[in-house]
Design a protein around this ligand. Structure first.
Ligand SMILES: NC(=O)c1ccc[n+]([C@@H]2O[C@H](COP(=O)([O-])OP(=O)(O)OC[C@H]3O[C@@H](n4cnc5c(N)ncnc54)[C@H](O)[C@@H]3O)[C@@H](O)[C@H]2O)c1
Ligand SMILES: CC(C)(O)[C@@H](O)C(=O)O
Ligand SMILES: [Mg+2]
Ligand SMILES: [Mg+2]
Length: 350
């Protein structure tokens, strides 16, 4: 295992060089990997594993849209695609990739098939960490492991097909067989991770819930909405407000940050912009700090998990979600965004 210095702190990291695909295939050669659930992570992980040469089957509710999606992706009913219980029975490694609320509902079924020596794999620390709320308490004689890709399952698959890799964290909650480390790392490499960094189930879920509510999804939309509104209320046009708030960020500046860091992006902007950004970023940090502190505390207390469980366990969850997404999509800002996207030269009809 490599020790990598991340800004002054040494951490355990597993790279593809030290744990190549051939080694992962050797570790898992006698295993049947049952991917349970075919939503967002399910397809990404299952298809990458299959293309990487592993013995993988999919378990999914029959007569559902996602069953049809699995068939369309090449999984064969009765050969590599099964109803959930059948896949649970066949799998020696159970990749539990139902939605986090779905995992609670189906847990009594999963438990029945966790024979000694099997491995139970998660891509989130949610179920195990919040066990008082989820009831997910694995038996002592199975390995309990985690590989959490740090990005959408859609990106996991796309980056794999481009020959790239999404970073994942890995954790071992329980090593019943003595093989948990090799199993978890082999699976991490198999699903297409660029490299794997070490965590725990609890650290993974606390950081993940904070990140998606914060800078990755919640906070970014909040900051976009605030700036857009201020520009619009001061007489700027929608196209100007959207370009100055979102389009320039995603198309021009963030790719520079991704390539070489924030200082390099700043260095490639005007001295006027540099002066302003260097003066203002700390004000934004200080203004948002109390919100981030509140967010982390809500996550650590389990209140955020409970809110997700309550909302996502409702039978009309998808309908309500679609209404909320529609509201966002149909807001002036994102309508302006749709027009701006269409005007990108690469999106213009030839
Ligand atoms: N979405 C992502 O890109 C992403 C990224 C990292 C980690 N994760 C984690 O991976 C896991 C899977 O997430 P996802 O977003 O792919 O899930 P999802 O919401 O897309 O749902 C996955 C599957 O669960 C099934 N399902 C839901 N409730 C069910 C029930 N009661 N009975 C039977 N099937 C049911 C759905 O049909 C679907 O096929 C979660 O633990 C999530 O936190 C997701
Ligand atoms: C893709 C994310 C936001 O990183 C993941 O954590 C999720 O829950 O979908
Ligand atoms: Mg998440
Ligand atoms: Mg995440």
């Amino acid at each position: 295992m490599a020790k990598i210095n991340f800004g002054g702190t040494e951490e355990n990291v597993v790279t593809r060089e030290e744990f190549p695909l051939a080694k992962a295939q050797e570790v898992l050669k006698d295993e049947t990997i049952a991917v349970i659930g075919y939503g967002v992570q399910g397809p990404g992980q299952a298809l990458n594993l299959k293309d990487n040469g592993f013995n993988v089957i999919v378990g999914q509710r029959k007569d559902s849209k996602t069953w049809d999606k699995a068939v369309a992706d090449g999984w064969e009913p009765g050969k590599t695609l099964f109803p959930i219980e059948e896949a649970l029975d066949k799998g020696t490694i159970i990749q539990y990739l139902l939605s986090d609320a779905g995992q609670i509902a189906v847990w009594p079924t999963v438990e029945k098939y966790l024979k000694p020596g099997k491995a139970l794999y998660f891509s989130h620390g949610f179920g195990v960490t919040y066990k008082e709320r989820t009831g997910i308490i694995p038996p002592k004689d199975v390995d309990v492991i985690l590989v959490a890709p740090k990005g959408s399952g859609t990106s996991l698959r796309r980056m794999f097909l481009e020959g790239r890799g999404l970073n994942s964290s890995y954790a071992i909650f329980q090593d019943a067989t003595g093989k948990a480390f090799d199993r978890v790392v082999a699976l991490g490499i198999g699903v297409g991770s660029g490299y794997l960094f070490e965590t725990t189930f609890q650290k993974e879920v606390y950081s993940d819930l904070t990140g998606e509510r914060g800078t990755l999804m919640g906070a970014i939309q909040g900051i976009f909405a605030a700036q857009y509104e201020v520009l619009r209320s001061n007489g700027h046009s929608p196209s100007e407000a959207f370009n100055e708030t979102v389009e320039e960020l995603t198309q021009s500046l963030m790719p520079l940050v991704a390539e070489n860091g924030m200082d390099w992006m700043y260095a490639n902007c005007s001295t006027t912009a540099q002066r302003g950004a260097l003066d203002w970023w700390k004000k934004f940090r200080d203004a948002s700090m109390p919100v981030f502190k509140e967010l982390y505390s809500e996550v650590a207390k389990g209140n955020e998990a409970q809110r997700s469980i309550d909302a996502n366990s409702q039978s009309d969850y998808r309908v309500k979600l679609e209404e909320e997404l529609k509201e966002l999509r149909e807001s002036e800002m994102w309508n302006a965004g749709a027009a701006v996207r269409q005007l990108r030269p690469e999106n213009q009809k030839k």
